[in-house]
Ligand binder design. Structure first.
Ligand code: NAP
Length: 281
């Protein structure tokens, strides 16, 4: 077991804001990383109610909080309230990471899309460049994945969503490579991504029928709790390669750690700390 420095006046503070935030895996991920790198940093969960995201950005400047992970419902508000925004945040209008820079100003980033691309490479040895991708969903996670796939040169990105107007908006992030589709398109693409909550917790519903999948496809569920959704298990039975959302969670957190500390993230220590907290692992 790695011992931690006793917090002092010199301890750097980072945290996560959200509502709710009590089940967040971010404290486990980041405190494990700080310990593995022997850093005098502490990561805490701040419950921040809806509408107070802008105040949390001000608090960061006032209190000298070095970094914040941001979850629902603050991703839009903090993007607006930050002093500077990454290109991804400008495009998506949503941020999941805030950095207090040396000049005292706050920069907003979105590590979800890059985390997805890194997870694909690290976990499945795959890339989206030149390939066809279908994304179920058009919310925050789907938009980040679509934007990242487009930046990485995916040949075609099909968006399938319950609300068609949101599907259109999300598909437009991919420019001429993006279009709105329907669930039957999932049988014909190389990579399929579930970016909806269908299959979470006690929900046994699925974004599409997994029996249509085949051995040449990669099927990714952004859900990681439960570890194996029924949809992902169905895709595996058809011989498809499968990946759940844990690697994306890990890699988006690793990017945040590197932005805050300037160090390479200790991925294995982070995974070991968070993995036991997930059902079915
Ligand atoms: P969100 O912004 O609320 O978007 C949810 C999307 O799912 C919307 O497109 C919504 O459609 C659709 N949806 C919701 N309920 C539905 C239903 N009953 N039937 C059909 N479609 C439904 O949520 P999010 O932040 O994008 O998260 C989506 C999923 O990704 C969640 O499971 C979340 O846990 C996961 N996630 C994973 C990671 C990771 O690191 N692995 C990161 C972020 C999110 P409408 O537009 O019609 O409402």
């Amino acid at each position: 077991m790695i011992s931690r420095p006793v917090p002092s006046g010199a301890t750097a503070v980072a945290g996560v804001i959200g509502d709710p935030v009590d089940h967040s895996l971010s404290p486990a991920l980041h405190n494990a990383a700080f310990a593995a790198c022997d850093l005098d940093w502490n990561f805490v969960a701040f419950p921040v109610s809806a509408g107070s995201g802008t105040a949390a950005v001000s608090a960061m400047r006032t209190l000298g909080i070095r970094g914040l992970s941001v979850t629902m419902p603050h991703k839009h508000d903090v993007a607006t309230a930050a002093d500077r925004r990454s290109t991804e945040v400008d495009v998506l209008g949503a941020a999941n990471c805030l950095v207090l820079d040396h000049d005292g100003l706050v920069t907003a980033h979105n590590t979800d899309g890059p985390g997805f691309i890194k997870a694909l490479a690290a976990e499945a040895d795959q890339a989206v460049t030149g390939r066809s991708v279908l994304v179920f969903g058009a919310g925050g996670a789907a938009r980040a994945v679509i934007d990242a796939c487009a930046r990485s040169g995916a040949a075609e990105i099909i968006v399938v969503n319950r609300s068609v107007d949101k599907a259109r908006s999300a598909a437009s992030l991919a420019g001429s490579s993006g279009r709105v589709g329907d669930p039957s398109d999932a049988a014909d693409v190389e990579i399929v991504v579930n970016a909806t909550p269908l299959g979470m917790a006690a929900d046994s519903s699925m974004p599409c029928d997994p029996t249509t999948f085949g051995t040449s496809q990669l099927v990714i569920d952004l859900i990681y709790d439960p570890w194996d959704t029924q949809w992902l298990a169905g895709a595996r039975r058809q011989g498809a390669a499968v990946m759940n959302g844990f690697a994306m969670l890990l890699h988006q957190a690793a990017s945040q750690f590197s932005m805050w500390t300037g160090l390479e993230a200790p991925i294995d220590a982070m995974a070991a700390a968070a993995h036991p907290q997930i059902r079915g692992t």
